[in-house]
Design a protein around this ligand. Sequence first.
Ligand code: T46
Length: 141
Amino acid sequence: MFATVDQIKTQKFQSYVDDRGTLVPIESFPIPVARIFYIRNIPIGAERGGHGHKRCRQFLICQTGALRFVISDGVNERSFELAQEHGVLLPVGIYSTMTTIESGTVLLVLCDRPYEAEDYLRNLDEVRLFRDSNPSIANSC
Ligand code: T46
């Protein structure tokens, strides 16, 4: 079954702080990693994303700063903050936008697929059509 917005949870990573700085280990990944990218130098208020994916799952980690996510499963919409040292897994068929709410925010994204332009669902209508046309797709949240 496709995930619904209520099933999407953030998680906090443990951090080790001392007078040399902060170290954040991440030891388990909810997806096999085929690609990593990160986004930095994001102006406050800038909105990124604005799409969903057909096959690619993404594990998004806010390394520093904070972002507001708005996600939709085509029926319901939810908004949440991804704070520093928190991560969230976005399964397929979820439309998402993210807006930076703190300066210096860096967003690290782990993906289980290579970059494929045709994987993108570019608007909510495409998300709805994809979900309605592929009722048997299983994914893990
Ligand atoms: C998502 C959010 C968080 C590549 O060449 N390779 C890549 O792996 C990616 C992700 C992008 N690009 C190129 C394609 C565009 O010309 O980088 C340019 C900017 O990408 P985009 O407009 O898709 O950036 P965002 O921040 O709106 O979205 C990206 C991801 O595409 C998306 O999956 O969840 O970051």
